[in-house]
Design a protein around this ligand. Sequence first.
Ligand code: IMP
Ligand code: MG
Length: 186
Amino acid sequence: MGEKISVLIPEEKVNERIQELGDQISRDYAGKQVHLICILKGGAFFACELAKRLTIPVSVDFMQVSSYENGTKSSGIVRIKKDLDESLENKEVLIVEDIIDTGNTLYYLIPLLRQRLPRSLRLCALLNKPDRREKEVEISYLGFDIPDEFVVGYGLDYAQKYRNLPYIGVVELEDEDGSGESLPEK
Ligand code: IMP
Ligand code: MG
């Protein structure tokens, strides 16, 4: 049984939207330096593309949390796997994440980062699945709202594959006879 990827958001549309977000963030933070917190691993691809389009001074740090062990099942537990290297004190902090799904990860992470006394703290996400939300999370900068489907590409993986796709795709499982079937619910 293989997987087939169908395109949900083509590369040009993703790039166009990232440029718009970059312009907006550069305007909003004019005269300031923004400190990007890239949430590994998924946020890395988006964070790089976004950072390249910012015209204000930028610094970057990385953090890895996990709420999902392998595959598509949510464990419901958020764990810090790699913490930031630098302090957030007095910085204009912008969290860069690939997707907000249930909201559990950021609902946990935002208060934790706020305790580190940044001057400001906002969230930028490439994708949002509003239908799946369990915890309310404020997204200041959003690429796209998407339907409740399991997506890959632009940093998002399915069992660690497909992060490198330059577009957002939907995974379909393929039987021997080639008939498509969507992934089961998470
Ligand atoms: P949340 O805590 O449910 O908001 O989800 C956070 C993490 O789940 C994201 O950062 C992704 O790593 C992962 N995730 C959620 N939906 C998808 C998807 O459709 N494809 C790939 N990963 C996903
Ligand atoms: Mg993630």
